[in-house]
Design a binder for this molecule. Structure first.
Ligand code: NOJ
Length: 557
């Protein structure tokens, strides 16, 4: 086995502490309404999060990313915010928030909160004021209002489609139209308006002063827009490159906003961190991750990748180079609240021309047939991919429930569906409710320990096998694998670089970190030779002294 000569990426010292804590942090995403329900109203809450801090601590993560917890009528799972500086009464109070922060910090865990700056809720006082105000008023200028087209202005200003399906312009009572790139309940803000800018500075300071350590920026690539006339058609928009000049997405001037935010982050000690959710061409990601901007950006490449050695290697090499370009660390994501869970994606047959993410969606759309899902292979691969991810330089973002090996819930009845994509994009997108089903904490009892009032999305019977108490008691469970892996990672954390180690089997990827931490992943189905070293952890038992198919091994080399 030969060591390749390419040592990749920055040799930045490891850190769980100090201003650089985020560079190699393991961040656990909590979707609060589906995590733990302490006040028994059927919706998870902040006291539920606080009550599970011992669980999070034992898991071994460094930080929590909390999806939106602000007042919201939940047109889009909380990504429709009606007050950026308060807590949704359905899930708690500001006091509960402060108590939760104190509990997390006491346990040595940091907190990142979601900021949703592209759009507000239509219930936000600004939007209500805009509706009640005249055309051309200051209140309307905070949003994107336009007169319609056609003779009487009853046609939308353009034929744009929203991301969730359906038109992106909605008409109001006096005949004007407003832009919403997502649901109609999520009007887009006008970021050329100074009042909008000042209000978000205020919001960032508000939560920073309450002890928040960082921010996840929703739709970070959408804030700057060029809406000069004539507006292009949807076909013209689709044909335009995303090179910094697209009217709606990833415009160069969006970085002025983040340079301004950086000054706010730097008012605090340690400076607050941020991570951009920016679906942009990969070569444009470093600008979002620049230290003079948000500082880090999500890399979603593994979400789409088929479980194959070549694609995983290419993605890692490419993203480490990108991270080096930005001066940031790379981020790795296998699951989040917007995609089919990775245990399920990896258990589905691959389809030429479709990404792994698309395969998941297509399966859900066709009703989630059990005959197509190989649950066992899915979980074996998910465990292997997790060890691969956790051994990489950079930070890993985990999604609640993946540590239990949870599969996607495919058979959610229409009466329970919540995701706007399901309703707006019927037949094309089934929506994201299937990964947002409340967590099973115990293998029996009301809503499997989520809360006494039941669960706002029904948990299927098979969820009980994945319950925390059941997995806690099983040394080979996925939960215990995550715990062991995270404990070892904490002990072994090393400079942000890796060296690929060639293996004779093309299905096997091996890399070594500077301190001799070796990760080998067998993407094939047949057993493969182990690299040299002392075995520290395996995602599946060895087979006759070899790595099992669909497994990863950590070794001290
Ligand atoms: C991205 C979030 O992750 C997603 O859940 C949300 O629906 C959209 N942004 C709109 O806010």
């Amino acid at each position: 086995m030969a060591v390749s000569t390419t040592e990749q990426s920055l040799a930045t010292a490891p850190s769980h502490q100090g201003a650089d804590w985020w560079r190699q942090a393991v961040v656990y995403q909590i979707y609060p309404r589906s995590f733990a329900d302490q006040d028994d109203n059927g919706i998870g809450d902040l006291r539920g999060v606080a009550s599970r801090v011992p669980y999070l601590k034992t898991l071994g993560i460094d930080a929590v990313w909390l999806s939106p917890f602000y007042p919201s009528k939940l047109a889009d799972g909380g990504y429709d915010v009606s007050d950026y500086r308060d807590v949704d009464p359905k899930i708690g109070t500001l006091q509960d928030f402060d108590d939760m922060v104190a509990a997390l910090h006491e346990a040595g865990l940091r907190l990142i909160v979601d900021i949703v700056p592209n759009h507000t809720s239509d219930q936000h006082e600004w939007f209500q004021e805009a509706l009640a105000s005249d055309r051309g008023s200051a209140a309307r200028d905070r949003y994107v209002f336009r007169d319609g087209s056609g003779q009487d202005g009853n046609e939308p200003p353009a034929d744009w489609e929203s991301i969730f399906g359906g038109p992106a312009w909605t008409q109001i009572a006096d005949g004007q139209w407003y832009l919403h790139n997502f649901a109609p309940e999520q009007p887009d803000l006008n970021w050329e308006n100074e009042e909008v800018r000042e209000d978000f500075r205020k919001t960032l300071r508000f939560w920073s002063e309450r002890g928040v350590d960082g921010f996840r920026i929703d739709v970070a690539h959408g804030l700057a827009k060029d809406l000069s006339d004539p507006l292009p058609s949807q076909a013209q928009l689709d044909a335009m490159p995303h090179d910094g000049n697209h009217p709606l997405w990833d415009r160069d001037e969006v970085h002025e906003i983040y340079a301004d935010w950086r000054k706010v982050f730097d008012e605090f000690d340690p400076p607050r961190t941020a991570v951009a959710e920016a679906w942009v061409e990969s070569d444009r990601r470093p600008q979002y991750a620049s230290p003079s901007g948000l500082g880090q950006a999500f890399n979603f490449d593994l979400l789409s990748a088929t479980f194959e050695a070549d694609s995983f290697r290419q993605i890692v090499s490419f993203n480490l180079a990108l991270a080096e370009e930005s001066g940031s660390s790379s981020t790795w994501v296998l699951s989040n609240h917007d995609v089919v869970r990775h245990a399920t994606r990896y258990g589905l047959p691959t389809r030429a021309g479709s990404t792994n993410k698309e395969v998941g969606n297509e399966w859900l759309l066709s009703g989630g047939p059990e005959s197509q899902l190989d649950r066992e292979t899915g979980i074996l691969r998910a465990r292997a991919a997790t060890l691969f991810e956790l051994a990489l330089p950079g930070s890993a973002y985990l999604f609640q429930g993946e540590e239990l090996g949870l599969h996607e819930v495919a058979d959610i009845p229409e009466s329970e569906r919540q995701d706007p994509t399901y309703f707006r994009n019927r037949g094309v997108d089934i929506g994201r409710d299937g990964c947002r089903v409340p967590l099973p904490w115990s293998s029996s009892g009301t809503s499997l320990g989520f809360g006494e009032a039941g669960s706002h999305l029904s948990q299927p019977a098979w969820f009980s096998q994945y319950a925390v108490d059941a997995e806690d008691a099983d040394p080979e469970s996925t939960l215990n694998l995550y715990r062991r892996a995270l404990a070892l990672r904490r002990e072994w954390l090393t400079a942000e670089s890796l060296t690929w180690v060639e293996h004779t089997d093309p299905d096997v990827l091996v890399f070594r970190r500077p301190n001799g931490w070796v990760c080998a992943t067998n993407f094939g189905n047949s057993p493969a030779e182990l690299p040299e070293g002392e075995i520290m952890l395996t995602s599946s038992p060895l087979e006759d002294g070899k790595m099992a198919g669909n497994s990863s091994v950590w070794l001290r080399g």
